[in-house]
Design a protein around this ligand. Structure first.
Ligand code: SAM
Length: 214
Protein backbone atom coordinates (compact mmCIF):
# COMPACT_ATOMS: atom_id res chain seq x y z
CA UNK A 1 0.00 0.00 0.00
CA UNK A 2 2.87 2.38 0.89
CA UNK A 3 4.56 1.80 -2.47
CA UNK A 4 1.33 2.30 -4.39
CA UNK A 5 0.65 5.53 -2.53
CA UNK A 6 4.18 6.81 -3.13
CA UNK A 7 3.77 6.06 -6.82
CA UNK A 8 0.41 7.87 -6.99
CA UNK A 9 1.76 10.89 -5.08
CA UNK A 10 4.80 10.98 -7.37
CA UNK A 11 2.88 10.76 -10.63
CA UNK A 12 -0.30 12.69 -9.86
CA UNK A 13 0.66 15.49 -7.46
CA UNK A 14 2.87 18.47 -8.16
CA UNK A 15 5.05 20.42 -5.79
CA UNK A 16 2.66 22.71 -3.95
CA UNK A 17 4.49 25.50 -2.05
CA UNK A 18 1.30 26.72 -0.34
CA UNK A 19 0.41 23.31 1.07
CA UNK A 20 4.05 22.73 2.04
CA UNK A 21 3.93 25.97 4.04
CA UNK A 22 0.80 24.71 5.77
CA UNK A 23 2.60 21.49 6.79
CA UNK A 24 5.54 23.58 8.03
CA UNK A 25 3.25 25.83 10.09
CA UNK A 26 1.68 22.77 11.70
CA UNK A 27 5.13 21.52 12.78
CA UNK A 28 6.23 24.97 13.98
CA UNK A 29 3.15 25.18 16.18
CA UNK A 30 3.86 21.81 17.77
CA UNK A 31 0.74 20.25 16.28
CA UNK A 32 0.57 16.63 15.05
CA UNK A 33 1.57 15.85 11.43
CA UNK A 34 -1.68 14.11 10.54
CA UNK A 35 -2.96 16.12 7.57
CA UNK A 36 -4.31 14.17 4.59
CA UNK A 37 -1.73 12.95 2.03
CA UNK A 38 -1.15 15.01 -1.15
CA UNK A 39 -3.14 12.53 -3.25
CA UNK A 40 -6.01 12.45 -0.78
CA UNK A 41 -6.01 16.25 -0.84
CA UNK A 42 -6.19 16.20 -4.61
CA UNK A 43 -9.08 13.73 -4.45
CA UNK A 44 -10.96 16.19 -2.20
CA UNK A 45 -10.41 19.02 -4.69
CA UNK A 46 -11.48 16.87 -7.63
CA UNK A 47 -14.62 15.49 -5.98
CA UNK A 48 -15.83 18.89 -4.74
CA UNK A 49 -15.23 20.25 -8.22
CA UNK A 50 -16.83 17.32 -10.09
CA UNK A 51 -19.89 17.32 -7.81
CA UNK A 52 -20.12 21.14 -8.12
CA UNK A 53 -20.61 21.33 -4.36
CA UNK A 54 -20.89 24.83 -2.91
CA UNK A 55 -21.65 24.19 0.74
CA UNK A 56 -19.02 21.98 2.32
CA UNK A 57 -18.81 20.70 5.90
CA UNK A 58 -15.49 19.43 7.29
CA UNK A 59 -15.17 17.60 10.60
CA UNK A 60 -11.56 17.97 11.85
CA UNK A 61 -9.62 21.04 10.61
CA UNK A 62 -6.12 20.68 12.14
CA UNK A 63 -4.03 23.33 10.29
CA UNK A 64 -6.24 23.78 7.25
CA UNK A 65 -4.53 21.45 4.74
CA UNK A 66 -7.69 19.55 3.79
CA UNK A 67 -9.68 22.78 4.15
CA UNK A 68 -7.62 24.40 1.39
CA UNK A 69 -8.00 21.31 -0.80
CA UNK A 70 -11.79 21.38 -0.33
CA UNK A 71 -11.98 25.13 -0.99
CA UNK A 72 -9.92 24.76 -4.15
CA UNK A 73 -12.70 22.50 -5.43
CA UNK A 74 -15.40 25.17 -5.13
CA UNK A 75 -13.24 28.18 -6.00
CA UNK A 76 -14.74 31.64 -5.52
CA UNK A 77 -18.37 30.63 -5.09
CA UNK A 78 -18.58 28.15 -2.23
CA UNK A 79 -18.44 28.10 1.54
CA UNK A 80 -16.60 25.82 3.96
CA UNK A 81 -17.87 25.20 7.48
CA UNK A 82 -15.24 23.43 9.54
CA UNK A 83 -15.66 21.84 12.98
CA UNK A 84 -12.60 21.68 15.23
CA UNK A 85 -12.17 20.82 18.89
CA UNK A 86 -9.02 22.89 19.52
CA UNK A 87 -9.19 26.68 19.30
CA UNK A 88 -5.45 26.91 18.56
CA UNK A 89 -5.83 24.55 15.59
CA UNK A 90 -8.85 26.41 14.20
CA UNK A 91 -6.93 29.70 14.47
CA UNK A 92 -3.99 28.31 12.49
CA UNK A 93 -6.36 26.77 9.94
CA UNK A 94 -8.06 30.15 9.51
CA UNK A 95 -4.68 31.87 9.03
CA UNK A 96 -3.72 29.29 6.40
CA UNK A 97 -7.07 29.44 4.58
CA UNK A 98 -6.76 33.24 4.55
CA UNK A 99 -3.27 33.02 3.03
CA UNK A 100 -4.73 30.74 0.38
CA UNK A 101 -7.40 33.37 -0.42
CA UNK A 102 -10.41 31.68 1.21
CA UNK A 103 -10.60 33.66 4.47
CA UNK A 104 -14.01 35.11 3.56
CA UNK A 105 -15.41 31.72 2.60
CA UNK A 106 -14.65 29.71 5.73
CA UNK A 107 -16.27 29.52 9.16
CA UNK A 108 -14.79 27.56 12.06
CA UNK A 109 -17.00 26.18 14.80
CA UNK A 110 -14.87 25.41 17.82
CA UNK A 111 -15.76 22.65 20.29
CA UNK A 112 -16.73 18.97 20.20
CA UNK A 113 -18.03 18.23 16.71
CA UNK A 114 -21.07 16.37 18.05
CA UNK A 115 -22.21 19.56 19.76
CA UNK A 116 -21.63 21.68 16.64
CA UNK A 117 -23.47 19.12 14.51
CA UNK A 118 -26.42 19.23 16.90
CA UNK A 119 -26.49 23.04 16.51
CA UNK A 120 -26.27 22.80 12.72
CA UNK A 121 -29.17 20.34 12.69
CA UNK A 122 -31.24 22.67 14.90
CA UNK A 123 -30.52 25.56 12.53
CA UNK A 124 -31.74 23.40 9.62
CA UNK A 125 -28.64 24.14 7.52
CA UNK A 126 -27.96 21.77 4.63
CA UNK A 127 -24.69 20.80 2.94
CA UNK A 128 -23.82 19.16 -0.37
CA UNK A 129 -20.38 17.80 0.56
CA UNK A 130 -18.92 16.39 3.79
CA UNK A 131 -15.42 15.39 4.86
CA UNK A 132 -15.13 13.38 8.09
CA UNK A 133 -11.60 13.41 9.54
CA UNK A 134 -11.72 13.77 13.33
CA UNK A 135 -11.90 11.35 16.31
CA UNK A 136 -12.40 7.89 14.84
CA UNK A 137 -14.63 6.61 17.67
CA UNK A 138 -17.37 9.02 16.59
CA UNK A 139 -17.27 8.30 12.84
CA UNK A 140 -20.62 6.50 12.88
CA UNK A 141 -22.23 9.33 14.83
CA UNK A 142 -20.73 11.83 12.40
CA UNK A 143 -21.99 9.83 9.43
CA UNK A 144 -25.54 9.83 10.80
CA UNK A 145 -25.46 13.59 11.36
CA UNK A 146 -24.05 14.13 7.85
CA UNK A 147 -26.91 12.14 6.33
CA UNK A 148 -29.40 14.27 8.28
CA UNK A 149 -27.70 17.49 7.14
CA UNK A 150 -27.33 16.37 3.52
CA UNK A 151 -29.02 17.72 0.44
CA UNK A 152 -30.25 14.85 -1.78
CA UNK A 153 -27.29 13.66 -3.87
CA UNK A 154 -24.71 15.03 -1.41
CA UNK A 155 -21.27 13.43 -1.20
CA UNK A 156 -19.82 12.16 2.11
CA UNK A 157 -16.12 11.27 2.48
CA UNK A 158 -14.39 9.73 5.50
CA UNK A 159 -10.62 9.44 5.88
CA UNK A 160 -8.38 6.80 7.54
CA UNK A 161 -10.83 3.99 6.96
CA UNK A 162 -8.03 1.45 6.37
CA UNK A 163 -6.51 2.25 9.79
CA UNK A 164 -2.96 2.15 8.44
CA UNK A 165 -3.65 -1.18 6.72
CA UNK A 166 -4.55 -2.95 9.98
CA UNK A 167 -8.06 -3.58 8.65
CA UNK A 168 -6.69 -6.15 6.21
CA UNK A 169 -3.21 -7.07 7.48
CA UNK A 170 -3.66 -9.16 10.59
CA UNK A 171 0.11 -9.47 11.09
CA UNK A 172 0.22 -5.78 11.97
CA UNK A 173 -0.60 -4.74 15.52
CA UNK A 174 -4.15 -3.40 15.57
CA UNK A 175 -4.64 0.32 16.14
CA UNK A 176 -6.92 1.76 18.82
CA UNK A 177 -9.54 2.39 16.13
CA UNK A 178 -9.12 -0.66 13.87
CA UNK A 179 -12.34 -2.27 15.12
CA UNK A 180 -14.27 1.00 14.88
CA UNK A 181 -13.22 1.31 11.24
CA UNK A 182 -14.29 -2.24 10.44
CA UNK A 183 -17.73 -1.46 11.84
CA UNK A 184 -17.80 1.93 10.12
CA UNK A 185 -16.89 0.54 6.69
CA UNK A 186 -19.51 -2.18 6.94
CA UNK A 187 -22.17 0.34 7.95
CA UNK A 188 -21.22 2.66 5.08
CA UNK A 189 -21.27 -0.22 2.60
CA UNK A 190 -24.67 -1.48 3.75
CA UNK A 191 -26.39 1.83 4.51
CA UNK A 192 -29.76 1.97 2.78
CA UNK A 193 -29.48 5.71 2.09
CA UNK A 194 -25.96 5.57 0.59
CA UNK A 195 -24.14 4.35 -2.50
CA UNK A 196 -20.51 3.91 -1.48
CA UNK A 197 -17.03 2.74 -2.31
CA UNK A 198 -13.68 2.67 -0.51
CA UNK A 199 -10.78 4.23 -2.41
CA UNK A 200 -7.43 2.91 -1.11
CA UNK A 201 -5.37 6.07 -1.48
CA UNK A 202 -3.67 7.68 1.51
CA UNK A 203 -5.03 5.80 4.52
CA UNK A 204 -8.21 4.88 2.64
CA UNK A 205 -11.20 7.14 1.98
CA UNK A 206 -14.83 6.06 1.75
CA UNK A 207 -16.81 7.98 -0.85
CA UNK A 208 -20.59 7.91 -0.51
CA UNK A 209 -23.43 9.55 -2.32
CA UNK A 210 -26.70 10.18 -0.50
CA UNK A 211 -29.43 8.63 -2.62
CA UNK A 212 -31.83 11.14 -4.13
CA UNK A 213 -35.05 9.26 -3.63
CA UNK A 214 -35.86 6.52 -1.16
N1 SAM B 1 -8.56 17.20 8.09
C1 SAM B 1 -7.28 17.68 8.57
C2 SAM B 1 -6.35 17.81 7.37
O1 SAM B 1 -6.19 16.81 6.65
O2 SAM B 1 -5.79 18.89 7.17
C3 SAM B 1 -6.68 16.73 9.59
C4 SAM B 1 -7.58 16.50 10.76
S1 SAM B 1 -6.78 15.62 12.07
C5 SAM B 1 -6.60 14.03 11.41
C6 SAM B 1 -8.09 15.42 13.20
C7 SAM B 1 -8.59 16.73 13.80
O3 SAM B 1 -9.81 16.45 14.50
C8 SAM B 1 -7.64 17.35 14.81
O4 SAM B 1 -7.40 18.69 14.47
C9 SAM B 1 -8.38 17.25 16.13
O5 SAM B 1 -8.15 18.33 17.02
C10 SAM B 1 -9.84 17.24 15.66
N2 SAM B 1 -10.74 16.59 16.62
C11 SAM B 1 -10.50 15.52 17.41
N3 SAM B 1 -11.58 15.23 18.15
C12 SAM B 1 -12.53 16.13 17.80
C13 SAM B 1 -13.86 16.36 18.23
N4 SAM B 1 -14.45 15.60 19.14
N5 SAM B 1 -14.53 17.38 17.68
C14 SAM B 1 -13.96 18.17 16.73
N6 SAM B 1 -12.70 18.01 16.29
C15 SAM B 1 -12.00 17.00 16.83
Amino acid sequence: MKQVNEYIDFIFTNKDPLLEEVLESIKENGMPSISVSPSSGKLLTLLVSISQAKNVLEIGALGGYSGICLARGFGVEGKLTSLELEEKYANLAYTNLSKAGYGNQVEYKIGPALQSLEELRDSEQKFDFFFIDADKENYLNYLNYCIELAEPGAVILADNVLAGGTIVDHNMPAKRYTEFMKTFNKSVAEHIKLESLLIPIGDGITVSRVKKEM
